[in-house]
Design a protein. Structure first.
Length: 401
């Protein structure tokens, strides 16, 4: 196409100069024939763009990160005209699908069609538009491009992967302390709210012996208004500046860490409270596996685009909450401001865990400073998990510290 245009740019000035110096019928013919061909080619390309037909479909709309989506599309020519050049361009050709998508180019004969099947791996969580972005059609001289933009693109939802933890370190001493304090005046022993697996610190009086015999494992009764172990999860949504694709990679690792912990807690009947900042402090609570989908759907679409630091979020939360419990902080940003906040919170009697998703593998962060902060937190009794982008979440978070 570029070569054809270049030839016309060279030929037309020569023809115009020829007509200027040598007037007559023959010079005029040399001028009008190329001009007519250009006009005819333009009209022909416009007609092709109006007449083109296409269909496209995807095999599923809801996927888990790493799964394959199948796109099938057909381009139809229902008339006697020839399509000399068709170029199909897809959504996500930059980095959404890890540069797996490439434009497809072909020609199409009269009364024919071509069908293509594409398979792409969903690299990142989120909501995306997939399929054909636009179709480019060129005229028979290759001078003009006409674009047919797709009015009804296909949408998909990509959920984060779930790592099923068999173990996660939580301080169960809060159960016993609350149980001793509250039992005499707030716990209704006549009404059982639910039954859960035994955790270290549960008293023998709470064991449900019939359920234990049936399931062949210790099961414990929860009573109405009973004080029990619960976990507060802080998610740092501060905006990152590593680059668009690098941001997606490390943010997905952070999301999959918190999804793994939420899933573990709810599977073991441990209530959780998720706290994050999104134009104000937001709180979401869950008690069992029936509530998991609420968190899971949120984790699919949540964005790291805030300016408020996680240390400010923790501080604001503690100004209104006084009950001592387990607190877990998930962050990509580790600095001395967060160190001071976690240190003060731990000294106030909360059991603190830090899950730090390190940007070290994408060439960011200060490794020496990070190690000093991590060692300092460990010295005051804070449990710290350092998760790299390539790490197996189940192996890191499921280990005993």
């Amino acid at each position: 196409m570029i070569r054809t245009k270049a030839r016309y740019y060279i030929i037309f000035p020569i023809i115009l100069a020829f007509i200027y110096f040598y007037r007559g019928e023959i010079p005029s013919i040399f001028f009008y024939i190329p001009l007519f061909l250009v006009i005819a080619s333009f009209i022909y390309g416009g007609i092709l763009c109006l007449l083109i037909k296409y269909t496209q479909s995807i095999d599923k709309k809801n996927l888990i990160k790493g799964e394959i989506i199948n796109l099938s599309f057909s381009i139809h020519n229902e008339f006697f005209l020839v399509y000399p050049f068709i170029r199909v361009v897809f959504y996500g050709m930059d980095y959404i699908f890890g540069r797996q998508t490439k434009a497809i180019e072909f020609a199409l004969n009269p009364f024919s069609h071509k069908t293509f099947d594409c398979q792409w791996e969903c690299k990142y969580r989120g909501d995306y538009t997939v399929g054909i972005d636009y179709i480019e059609i060129r005229d028979f001289l290759g001078l003009f491009s006409f674009f047919c933009f797709i009015r009804e693109p296909r949408g998909i939802k990509v959920y984060p992967r779930i790592s099923f933890l068999n173990h996660f370190n939580l301080n169960t001493s809060f159960i016993s302390e609350s149980d001793t304090i509250v039992r005499s005046n707030r716990e209704d022993m006549s009404n059982i709210s639910d039954i859960r697996k035994y955790s270290y610190g549960d008293t023998l009086r709470k064991i449900h012996w019939k359920a234990t015999a049936k399931r062949n494992e210790l099961m414990v009764k929860n009573y109405d208004n009973t004080a029990q172990l619960f976990v507060v999860l802080f998610l740092d949504l501060k905006e990152n500046y590593f680059g668009e694709e690098k941001n997606l990679i490390i943010e997905d690792q952070a999301i999959e860490c918190i999804v793994a912990v939420i899933n573990y807690c709810l599977r073991n009947w441990i209530p959780v409270k998720l706290v994050y900042y999104d134009e104000g402090i937001k709180k979401i609570e869950g008690k069992n596996t029936l509530d998991f989908d609420i968190f899971y759907d949120l984790m699919r679409k949540i964005r790291f685009n805030q300016t408020v630091s996680i240390s400010d979020v923790i501080n604001a939360y503690l100004n209104n909450e006084i009950e001592k419990t387990n607190m877990i902080v998930f962050t990509i940003n580790l600095d001395y401001g967060l160190y001071n906040q976690i240190y003060e919170t731990a000294c106030a009697g909360y059991d603190m865990t830090l899950i730090y998703i390190s940007p070290e593998e994408i060439g960011a962060g200060n490794r020496e400073e990070e190690n000093k902060i991590i060692e300092g937190l460990k010295e005051v009794g804070v449990k710290v998990f350092k998760v790299n982008i390539s790490d197996d979440i189940k192996q890191i978070l499921g280990c005993s510290l």
